[in-house]
Ligand binder design. Structure first.
Ligand SMILES: [Zn+2]
Length: 449
């Protein structure tokens, strides 16, 4: 694959939610930077990609993924290399990785090791989210100012919520001082001991311990009360119940800098998916009811929930091929999120393409504090991170074809529409789909930034 620093994307529907651009035309990239966005033909003697019938979007951002590095556990669930390949294959040019790794991302050295791995892999931009507490144990507050200074773009103990209110209050204060954002995994652990799926008749029939919906709302509401006097930027991850949408709506109406995120599975699947002890449907927070899906969609339509993430959570097959109670929580998402969001939101009339892409580009960039790097938008002079989407490409989800090391996907065999056909990071083609075959381009000499 030749080094490709100059690139012309012709005839696509250019959508940039940040500036409101929605027009057919050309985008010209030189030396990693967007140099022209034109509704007419750009004249340039460079490599050209015909984008007719496709959408040319700012590179998609996913602010909630698990890349499982560092990993001294030997579980081999994913690496920054395989996770980044999965990201660009799914159209994501930037991802933010969660700190529930081994060791956890709770000190400067680990943040730096992720930056070094990202530069060596050189596929997607990867930003580390660092722990709120040492070892993600929920007890001793991590050196948050130092972590932010070393490049952590957000603070979270994702995988667990911060149960201790006193610890949470200190974390919010430090996050506010650092002008960072706290991303909460809302789960009151005292309500979910041994819980495997949504509490309800199906859990009872399957003989599984139920996960009450209150576990999510309680922690979210507590956080929002604590944050009233602090005013830290606060982001609620993977919302699963209607009551959370209500709580977030109220806090935003009060003027709190609180945001929320949805994930594809909480918009398309209910707890019925867990029937017959289907471990691929086991996820944290659990799949809920059709009424919850409707409430999350309402929250999205009205702008209470402004971020679409994946919570990409790869696990080795053997951790899912076991009994439901002991199976791992989580599912992969990077390589199928785009068409799944299309199905849940565009096909259902909740959003149009520009509104949906805003939730995958400019808004998450703002939440994660990445807008100032020019990420999540398309502008002349800005970094050439672009995703070309064929909105009507029909395909069938097949985890065996994923770049991710994870195969744990409850959407296997689903016919979907919409696919990233080209992912460009800093002017470099990192993924290109040609016909039925796709390739990941790795240019050893090029640098990510
Ligand atoms: Zn989580």
């Amino acid at each position: 694959m030749p080094r490709m620093t100059d690139l012309l994307l012709t005839g696509g529907r250019i959508i940039d939610p940040a500036s409101g651009i929605d027009q057919t035309g050309d985008v010209l990239v030189r030396n990693g930077v967007v140099v022209e966005i034109s509704h007419t033909k750009c004249a340039a003697d460079v490599a050209t990609v015909d984008c007719e019938g496709c959408i040319v979007s700012p590179g998609l951002l996913d602010i909630h993924v698990h890349l499982r590095e560092p990993d001294t556990s030997g579980h081999h669930e994913e690496t920054i290399a395989t996770g980044s390949a999965a990201a660009v294959a799914g159209g994501f040019t930037t991802v933010c990785c969660m700190p529930n790794t081994t060791p956890a991302i709770d000190c400067r050295t680990v943040v730096q090791s992720i930056q070094q791995r990202t530069a060596a892999v050189n596929l997607a931009r990867v930003f580390a989210v660092a722990c709120g507490t040492i070892g993600r144990k929920g007890e001793v507050v991590a050196p948050i100012l130092e972590l932010v200074e070393s490049g952590a773009i957000a603070i979270s103990d994702d995988g667990d919520g911060i149960a201790d209110s006193g610890v949470m209050r200190r974390i919010l204060s430090l996050v506010a001082t650092a002008d960072s954002v706290f991303m909460q995994h809302c789960q009151d652990p005292t309500l979910t001991r041994g819980a495997a799926m949504n509490a309800g008749p199906l859990a009872t029939r399957l003989g599984l311990s139920g996960w009450p919906r209150e576990a999510e709302e309680l922690m979210l509401r507590r956080d929002l009360v604590l944050n009233r006097s602090i005013g830290a930027r606060y982001h609620a991850q993977h919302l699963s119940v209607a009551e959370s949408v209500t709580a977030l709506r109220e806090a935003r109406a009060e003027g709190q800098p609180a945001t929320g995120e949805a994930s594809p599975h909480h918009l398309l699947l209910t707890d019925h998916e867990c029937d017959n002890w289907n471990t691929l449907a086991k996820v944290n927070p659990p799949l809920r009811s059709a009424a919850d899906i409707a409430a999350i969609k309402e929250g999205i339509a009205e702008g209470t929930i402004t971020v679409l993430a994946t919570d990409h959570a790869p696990h080795p097959t053997h951790t899912k091929e076991t009994d439901f109670a002991s199976a791992a929580f989580g599912m992969v998402g990077l390589e199928c999120a785009l068409p799944l969001y299309r199905e849940a939101l565009i096909d259902d009339g909740v959003l149009d393409w520009p509104a949906m892409l805003a939730m995958m580009t400019s808004t998450p960039a703002e939440v994660a504090g990445l807008s100032h790097l020019g990420l999540g938008r398309l502008e002349v002079g800005g970094p050439a991170d672009l995703t070309v989407i064929d909105p009507d490409a029909e395909w069938v989800i097949d985890p065996e074809a994923f770049r991710s090391a994870g195969r744990n996907c409850p959407f296997t065999g689903r016919s979907v529409r919409g696919r990233a056909i080209l992912s460009v990071v800093g002017g470099q083609i990192r993924h290109q789909l040609t016909g039925e075959r796709s390739t990941s381009a790795i240019d050893e000499k090029a640098s990510v930034r």
